[in-house]
Design a protein around this ligand. Structure first.
Ligand code: HEC
Length: 102
């Protein structure tokens, strides 16, 4: 029984930490573009909102770079306030995903 309670509060603490992390995000709150969890970014959004998505996108760009492909945030996003996508963003995203392997 005690062990069960221990596990339970650990899970609760984790949930609180995640929640606080998301709420404190500089890039306030929820994603408005990557709203479906069928991309890496969408999954990150579901997990921790824009802050997490930003982290994930940075990581993806970094990995692609390590694989010899250069991407920049503003190549796909018109600005980094709304993260509005450029015309080529969806197509380039596929290339970015493809550049993750290795
Ligand atoms: C190759 C194109 C591409 C690059 C480069 C790129 N992004 Fe993205 N980004 C996208 C696409 C496409 C989406 C939407 C994904 C979806 O719909 O699941 C997105 C979504 C996001 C979101 C979620 C926005 C929301 O409100 O839903 C954030 C935050 C973000 N990108 C930040 C960044 C940052 C920071 C960088 C630079 C490190 C970056 N992105 C580089 C294509 C790109």
């Amino acid at each position: 029984m005690t062990r069960f309670i221990g596990k339970l509060s650990a899970a609760g603490l984790l949930a609180v930490t995640l929640f606080v992390g998301a709420a404190r995000a500089g890039d306030e709150g929820k994603c408005t573009i990557a709203t479906k969890p069928d991309t890496e970014t969408g999954r990150a959004c579901a997990k921790g909102g824009r802050a997490e998505a930003k982290k994930e996108m940075k990581l993806m760009v970094k990995k692609a770079k390590a694989n010899g492909q250069k991407f920049t945030c503003d190549g796909c996003h018109k600005d980094l306030d709304t993260y509005a996508l450029t015309k080529n963003a969806q197509d380039d995203y596929k290339k970015l995903v493809a550049a993750q392997t290795k």
